[in-house]
Design a protein around this ligand. Structure first.
Ligand code: HEM
Length: 571
C-alpha cells in the first residue's frame, strides 16, 4: 500500500480539503460523480488511494473487475482513474476513439522530474511525441525489424553457447540464491538479459552488449529500469495524485530532491551513451548503422549539427537530451520486457512438462538434429508459437498496460469519463476473462493452436482477431512488438531444440526448487513491469553432437562479429 510520511498526509489534508470542496475542478468533479462508472467507496479527500497497492495493483484490480464488471472508477485524491476490464471496452475507447485516448497520464515524479519530461512512453499526445514516434518507427517498423533478424539469429547463437557453458551452474554461488529481483551477474537470468539488451543496443547505437562481466552499462540499464518502474508506478507518490503538492518548496518535498538526483544518475548512463557514440564516430570517421547515427545524420542535413538541450527545435528536430531519452526508452522498453517474457517461458515450460514435450516433438520433426531452428521454420512450428503466445497471455510483462488519458469528457455505455482521467486497459483482467479464455489460470497453449495451421501472432493493434493485449492499444501501441516476437520465437525454439533444462533439487532439503508460477508474491517482482524472481535451472545439451554443433557455431560466429566491425563474445 502507499505509505506517505506524516508530513505528506498533514500537508495534503490541509490543502486538499480546501481544494476538493471549493475549487472549480472539485465542483465539476463532484457534480459529475453520479454518472461515473461504479467503483469501490473511498475516504474523503484521498479517495481510494490507500486501497491500492502501488507496486502490485493487478490482483486488487482483478477483484474489482469481478465485482463491478467491464468498467469501474477509482479516485486517487482529485484524480479520476477509469479501469477497462474487457477487450471490448478497451478496443472501443483506445482504438475506435483513439483521438480522445492517445494521451498519457504521466506520473509527475517519474516523468516530470526523474525523466525531465523526455521519456517517450509518458509523453503527452503532441508534436514532441509525434517527432519521437516517427523517428523510432524508422528503426523498428516492419522493414527494419526484418533486417534485424540477422542480429537476432547471431545473438541467439551466443545465448546457446552461454547456456551450454553455464551447464548445471556448478561453482556459481548465485544458482541457489534465494529468489530475488536483483539478478546476480553469474546467474543464468543474466544470459537472457544480455541477449535482449544487445538486440536493442544494436537498434539504437549499433553496438553489442558483448559481455556480462565488467559491463557496467548493461547492468545499469536494468538498475535504471527497475528504479523507473517503481518510481513511475501509478499512485506511488502523493505528488502524482495531488498536483497541489508540486508547489511545495524543496524543504517540504524530499521526493523532488531525490528524484532530481536520480535524474542526474540516469543521465550519466543515457547522456554517456550519446557522448560515447559521437566521440567514436568522430575518431573513426564512420558511424555504425543504427537509429542514433541515421537521426544525427538527417538532423545535420537539415541544419542542426548541434542541437543541445531538451525537447525539439522549432522545425521539429529532437535535441540531444530528448534524443538520448528516446533511445533510452527503446533500450528500456526492449530489455526488461523481452527478457522477462523469455524467462517466464522457461518457467511455464518447466511447470508444464506435457507442453514442453509437445513443443520438442514438433521441433524435432520439423528441424531434426543437424541444424538450428530458423525464422523460416516459424510457419511450421505453430505449437511453439502458441506456447510463446500463451506465455504472454498468462504472464503479461506489463499487467496493467501503460495508462492512457482522456483528452475530453466522454460517455461509454452510459458511464461518464471525465476529461483528464487516467484510463487503464486492465490487461491482467482481460487475460483472465473466462469467456474469452476458458480456464484462464491454466497454462494451455492449445487455446492458440490449430493442428496443421500456422499460428499467427495476432497481437494487434488491429482489434479484429486479436489474441492478447500485452502490447497495448491504438496510436500508443508498442513500437517493438515485431522485434519482441521475433526474439521470443528465436530464443524459445532454439533452447527447446538444444537443451534438456530442468530445475535442480534443493541441495539441503532435496525438494524441488521449481517456483509456483501462480504465486504472485513469491515468484514475481513488484513494479509495473512484472519479472520472474531468480530460480535455479540446469542446462544440459540434449546430445553430444548438439553440444559440439553449438561450440562450432560459436567459434565461427566470432569471425562474423569481427567482419561486421562488432565486438566478439567475451566472458
Ligand atoms: C515482450 C516485450 C514487450 C512488451 C510486453 C511491451 C509492452 C509495451 C506496452 C504495454 C506499451 C504501451 C502501449 C500502450 O500505451 O497502449 C509499449 C510501448 C512501447 N514499446 Fe514496447 N513492449 C515490448 C517490447 C518492446 C521492444 C523490443 C521495443 C523496442 C525495440 C519496444 C518499444 C516501445 C516503445 C518505443 C513504446 C512507446 C510507445 C508510445 O508511447 O508511443 N517495446 N510496449
Amino acid at each position: 500500500m502507499i505509505s506517505p510520511s506524516l508530513l505528506d498526509v498533514v500537508v495534503v489534508s490541509a490543502v486538499l480539503v480546501f481544494f476538493a470542496v471549493f475549487s472549480d475542478k472539485g465542483q465539476r468533479y463532484w457534480r459529475s460523480q453520479y454518472k461515473l462508472p461504479p467503483g469501490p467507496r473511498g475516504v474523503p479527500v484521498f479517495g481510494n488511494i490507500f486501497q491500492v497497492s502501488a507496486l502490485r495493483p493487478h490482483p486488487q484490480f482483478l477483484q474489482w473487475a469481478r465485482e463491478y464488471g467491464e468498467i469501474f472508477h477509482l479516485r486517487l485524491g482529485p484524480q479520476t482513474m477509469i479501469v477497462l476490464n474487457t477487450a471490448e471496452a478497451a478496443d472501443e475507447l483506445f482504438m475506435n476513439r483513439s483521438k480522445n485516448y492517445s494521451g498519457r497520464s504521466a506520473p509527475h515524479v517519474g516523468h516530470d522530474i526523474l525523466s525531465d519530461g523526455q521519456r517517450i512512453v509518458f509523453l503527452p499526445y503532441g508534436k514532441e511525441w509525434k517527432a519521437a514516434r516517427k523517428s523510432v518507427q524508422a528503426a523498428t517498423g516492419p522493414g527494419p525489424s526484418k533486417r534485424l533478424r540477422h542480429i537476432q539469429d547471431l545473438e541467439s547463437r551466443t545465448l546457446l553457447k552461454d547456456l551450454l557453458d553455464y551447464g548445471d551452474g556448478h561453482g556459481r554461488a548465485s544458482q541457489f540464491c534465494k529468489p530475488t529481483e536483483e539478478v546476480p551477474e553469474d546467474h543464468w537470468f543474466s544470459l537472457f538479459r544480455r541477449y535482449a539488451t544487445s538486440v536493442v543496443m544494436m537498434v539504437t547505437y549499433g553496438k553489442r552488449a558483448h559481455r556480462i562481466h565488467d559491463n557496467p552499462q548493461l547492468h545499469k540499464i536494468y538498475e535504471v529500469v527497475a528504479n523507473f518502474v517503481n518510481v513511475a508506478q501509478p499512485g506511488n507518490y502523493l505528488a502524482d495524485a495531488f498536483p497541489i503538492m508540486r508547489k511545495l518548496p524543496d524543504c517540504l518535498a524530499p521526493w523532488r530532491v531525490k528524484a532530481r538526483e536520480m535524474h542526474l544518475w540516469e543521465m550519466e548512463l543515457w547522456g554517456g551513451l550519446l557522448d560515447e557514440h559521437k566521440e567514436s564516430t568522430l575518431k573513426n570517421g564512420v558511424s555504425p548503422d543504427c537509429y542514433i547515427s541515421s537521426y544525427l545524420r538527417s538532423r545535420e542535413e537539415h541544419g542542426h549539427a548541434e542541437a543541445t538541450g531538451s525537447g525539439i527545435t522549432e522545425d521539429g528536430w529532437m535535441r540531444d537530451k530528448f534524443l538520448t531519452y528516446v533511445a533510452a526508452s527503446v533500450l528500456e522498453a526492449g530489455s526488461d520486457t523481452t527478457s522477462s517474457a523469455a524467462l517466464a517461458f522457461v518457467l511455464f515450460m518447466l511447470s508444464s512438462p506435457s507442453a514442453l514435450k509437445k513443443a520438442r516433438e514438433e521441433i524435432d520433426t520439423v528441424v531434426g538434429d543437424h541444424r538450428l531452428p530458423d525464422f523460416d521454420d516459424q510457419v511450421n512450428l505453430p505449437y511453439v508459437v502458441a506456447c510463446v503466445k500463451e506465455t504472454l497471455r498468462k504472464h503479461p510483462p506489463v499487467p496493467m498496460g501503460v495508462p492512457h488519458r482522456s483528452e475530453q469528457d466522454d460517455i461509454y455505455k452510459g458511464s461518464f469519463i471525465p476529461k483528464g482521467s487516467t484510463v487503464i486497459g486492465n490487461v491482467w483482467a482481460i487475460h483472465m476473462d473466462p469467456v474469452r479464455y476458458p480456464n484462464p489460470t491454466v497454462f494451455d497453449p492449445d487455446r492458440f493452436y490449430n493442428k496443421g495451421c500456422s499460428t499467427s501472432w495476432s497481437s494487434g493493434p488491429d482489434a479484429h482477431d486479436r489474441d492478447h493485449y500485452v502490447f497495448g492499444w491504438g496510436r500508443r501501441f508498442c513500437q517493438g512488438a515485431l522485434i519482441a516476437e521475433a526474439s521470443l520465437f528465436m530464443i524459445c525454439a532454439r533452447i527447446i531444440w538444444a537443451f534438456n533444462f530442468s530445475t535442480p533439487k534443493d541441495p539441503d532439503g532435496g525438494c524441488s526448487l521449481l517456483p509456483d508460477a501462480d504465486d504472485e508474491d513469491g515468484t514475481w517482482s513488484d513494479g509495473f513491469v512484472r519479472v520472474p524472481k531468480t530460480f535455479p535451472v540446469v542446462w544440459n545439451a540434449r546430445s553430444d553432437s548438439k553440444a559440439a554443433m553449438i561450440r562450432k557455431i560459436s567459434d565461427d560466429l566470432q569471425l562474423e562479429w569481427q567482419s561486421m566491425g562488432l565486438e566478439p563474445d567475451s566472458t
